[in-house]
Design a binder for this molecule. Structure first.
Ligand SMILES: Cc1cc2nc3c(=O)[nH]c(=O)nc-3n(C[C@H](O)[C@H](O)[C@H](O)COP(=O)(O)OP(=O)(O)OC[C@H]3O[C@@H](n4cnc5c(N)ncnc54)[C@H](O)[C@@H]3O)c2cc1C
Length: 569
């Protein structure tokens, strides 16, 4: 087989994680093939909660306008007791990252938006009914075996076994990931003992917009208003209530009757029994093969973070793969995908598991104690505000990875944290979200300074090599002013701080120059006087080894990667 890759990246699985990754890589001009075992998108009830970070990623991918019609912005989440009295109410009012923190959504429709988005990229294709059955990797790439019913080129026709050579493979093949198993990675954690039964109904017989979790010890259940007249019910199944029993009309009627009168019309779209797992893969990377989304971690649904965590993985990995394949960064930055994502994922798994345990209590005495605990918290204004505004939600905080703290003087440093997304103005746009103004790639933002003036030649050359957008931020009233020789907006974008959010941010941080990564994590920060050194330190952290220097042996050779064969469940 030729060493020349057929594609830059082969993605295994057309779920949301794989499709988002393919969109982000497609936008970078990479050649990507997504292999999907099924003949079409999965259509069973799944994710219903999308957070602000995920909407920001859809925005980065140029798809936010297409997905918003399938969302309920600022969806209320209320935990209630058996008598429908509040235990905890989550209604975060802010949108500091540019989007509401909680949004109801319909996963199959959002997945469709991601799939349709790929048609923008001629070098990206999806091959349906194409199951990846094995792969071998060496120092130069990965050779995949694919069993397909889709003919060559994805045009239909006779299928069979095909071989594909890729520079990198990303397993986005879900919780029972064959890619993860083939790499020999363990999937450590626990599985809940009780099953849950999900029912989606159209022509919502209740019609309320919020999400309600009823921690009734007799049978905990969930009731959620979703876009397009859809109602989601989830009921905990009791020991002995089998999947076969759950699927019967009588059983469904018995579950729903206390919530919807028997005389009301109930149009069921889909129903499904599922189990909650709390598991994380022992590693997210082995050589040229990486795992993302449910293939890397699964968690109970209580914080709605399974879907969102997969999207975070896609975003984190996408720009690193793009940089490596375009020769802008060393292969070592792919290791930072795991070091940057693992702790955050673990925090989400732990939180989701804890909430699940609290909701699923069936002992009435224990349920009473739990209720008393949550009521006492709500009686303390600070604790109540902490819950209402969802300050308990773990936010990304990267301590080691593709970033530098060199030069940062803020305490705590903003490096490794997500940057805010206010609405700003530019000389051509009256009101625009920051990310839309500065574009989806790297940006260096300097408050009150022209970056061209404060950076030395070497720093400017490094930034230009990576295609970093230079931005100066200033109060919006200063927008019309232009100093002589400031350069065009193409050279240095001038951003006006419309509502004071940017000034407030810089008021709180002595670092006045920020290097924003494509995932909007602050990759470096410094006062103006140290900006050039900060740029050099970031470049050194990510850049490809100098071709003049002797390079270490490729990791694949060092670890003598064995033949890997994907095993079915
Ligand atoms: C009932 C329920 C409710 C949920 N609610 C929420 C929520 O509110 N919020 C939230 O954030 N998350 C929620 N989740 C979780 C969310 O749905 C998943 O985390 C998300 O779908 C994972 O996406 P993925 O792309 O990683 O994997 P998947 O969506 O599982 O996609 C994997 C794809 O890989 C394909 N595949 C598998 N093996 C191969 C192979 N060998 N070759 C080719 N293709 C292969 C599969 O056919 C599938 O299409 C919920 C899940 C369930 C079950």
């Amino acid at each position: 087989m030729s060493d020349q890759p057929d594609v830059d990246v082969a993605v295994v699985g057309a779920g949301p994680s794989g499709l988002m990754l393919a969109n982000l890589l497609g936008a970078q001009g990479l050649r990507v093939t997504v292999f999907e075992a099924g003949p079409q998108l999965l259509d069973y009830p799944r994710g219903v909660g999308m957070d602000d970070e995920t909407l920001r990623t859809f925005q980065n991918a140029g798809l936010v306008d297409a997905v918003l019609p399938h969302t309920v912005p600022h969806q209320l989440l209320v935990f209630v007791d058996a008598r429908q009295r509040d235990l905890a109410r989550l209604a975060p009012p802010t949108a500091e990252f540019g989007w509401p923190r909680r949004n109801g959504f319909v996963q199959p429709l959002a997945d469709r938006v991601l799939l349709d988005g790929l048609s923008r990229f001629p070098a990206v294709q999806v091959r349906w009914s194409s199951r990846v059955t094995g792969f071998t990797q060496d120092g130069a790439g990965v050779s995949l075996s694919v069993e397909t019913q889709d003919g060559p080129g994805g045009q239909g026709g006779p299928g069979g076994e095909i071989s594909v050579r890729a520079s990198y493979v990303v397993g986005a093949d879900g919780g029972s990931s064959a890619t993860r198993k083939a790499l020999g990675l363990s999937f450590d954690g626990t599985t809940a003992t009780a099953n849950w039964f999900v029912i989606d109904i159209r022509n919502d017989p209740l019609g309320r917009p919020g999400a309600y979790v009823c921690a009734d010890p007799r049978r905990p259940y969930v009731s959620i208003g979703l876009p397009h007249g859809i109602r989601r019910f989830e009921f905990m199944l009791k020991p002995g209530e089998t999947e076969e029993l759950a699927m019967t009309d009588e059983f469904v009627t018995r579950l729903i009757e206390p919530l919807v009168p028997a005389t009301a019309r109930v149009d069921i779209i889909r129903k499904r029994v599922y189990t909650h797992h709390s598991r994380i893969a022992s590693r997210f990377r082995s050589g040229r093969v990486l795992v993302i989304g449910d293939a890397a971690h699964v968690m109970p649904v209580w914080q709605g973070q399974g879907y969102n965590s997969g999207i975070r993985d896609s975003l984190n990995l996408s720009w690193k793969l793009a940089m490596v394949i375009r020769g802008l960064a060393g292969d070592h930055i792919l290791d930072t995908y795991e070091s940057e994502r693992r702790e955050h994922v673990r925090a989400m798994v732990d939180l989701s598991t804890w909430v699940g345990r609290a909701v699923s209590v069936t002992n009435p005495v224990a349920a009473g104690l739990r209720n008393a605990f949550f009521r006492s918290l709500s009686a303390i204004p600070k604790a109540k505000a902490y819950i209402v505004t969802m300050r308990f939600k773990p936010m990304p905080l990267i301590t080691t990875g593709a970033l530098t703290t060199a030069g940062s003087v803020s305490v705590p440093s903003p490096v490794g944290r997500l940057f805010i997304q206010p609405t700003v103005s530019t000389r051509t746009a009256v009101s625009v979200k920051l990310d839309d103004a500065i574009g989806p790639w790297f940006a260096l933002i300097a408050w009150n300074n022209n970056p061209r003036e404060i950076l030395d030649d070497d720093a400017r050359r490094r930034l230009a090599r990576t295609g970093v957008r230079l931005v100066t931020a200033r109060p919006a009233v200063q927008l019309p002013w232009s100093e002589p020789g400031a350069g065009t907006d193409d050279e240095v974008l001038v951003v006006g701080d419309l509502d004071g959010s940017l000034k407030r941010w810089f008021d709180g941080h002595p670092d006045s120059v920020l290097l924003l990564r494509p995932d909007r994590i602050v990759g470096g920060a410094s006062p103006a006087y140290a900006a050039s050194d900060m740029v050099r330190a970031f470049d050194a952290a990510v850049s490809a080894p100098d071709p003049g220097q002797p390079s270490p042996p490729p990791r694949e050779q060092a670890q003598a990667t064995p033949l890997v064969t994907v095993q079915e469940d």
